[in-house]
Unconditional design. Sequence first.
Length: 75
Amino acid sequence: MLLDELKIGESATVVALLGEGKIRRRLLDMGLTPGAAVYLRKKAPLGDPIELTVRGYELSLRKDEAHYVEIQKRQ
């Protein structure tokens, strides 16, 4: 499953980053590393951007960037 498919209020764990080069480095620098827990707090009215809680801070991410993050939903 990809991060842009997560629904508001759901939690997940980052499994892998699918992007390469600059986009991969940017996502890693923001704390989206394999094993990191993420919680989808809210989405903008049109669905872009999304707001996540990652490693104790809030992160806004564009939907096209979230498409590069593979996750596994947590129960």
